[in-house]
Design a protein around this ligand. Structure first.
Ligand code: MN
Length: 147
């Protein structure tokens, strides 16, 4: 394993594959995933890089594990729990256990961010009809979410 893998043009890295965000689905749009570190040495975590193209979004989901996010490029907004936040480079975002969340890139600007997660983690859940209608009771959230 190379101890240094150089960055490449276009938010790529040596020896890092660009992967689909998730295997399939219509609940996300224009997003790719790169695993930069996968349980390196004694660190029981993964560090991923996500690129969301302009106007794309991640899945609306929640799970027991936590996300620690560092925005690297672009601009966007994120739903965490019941609030929408604007995000820009170098902002730090914590998605707590159990919080509904969705990342969206602004129109015309892609959004790139690092996301740290535990290597062993639970699977994301998407909202059911009941949870969706509860989320949609909050106008700001209703206007924001894409499912
Ligand atoms: Mn998540």
């Amino acid at each position: 394993m190379n101890v240094v893998r150089k960055s490449l043009a276009g938010q790529r890295w040596e020896a890092v594959e660009v992967l689909d965000y998730k295997p399939s689905g219509s609940h996300f749009r224009h997003i790719s995933r790169q695993v930069l570190f996968d349980r390196p040495g004694d660190i029981d975590a993964q560090l991923r890089y996500f690129a969301i193209e302009a106007d794309g979004h991640s899945t609306l989901e929640r799970h027991g594990h936590t996300h620690a996010v560092v925005v690297l490029s672009g601009r966007g907004r994120v739903l965490i729990g019941e609030r929408i936040h604007s995000i820009a480079p170098f902002d730090l975002v914590t998605v707590p256990s159990g919080a509904w969340h969705q990342f969206r890139a602004d129109q015309g600007l892609p959004l790139g961010f690092l996301c740290l997660v535990a290597a062993d983690r639970d699977r994301p859940q998407r909202p059911g009809e009941e949870e969706l209608s509860r989320l949609r009771e909050i106008k700001e959230v209703s206007d924001f979410i894409v499912v």
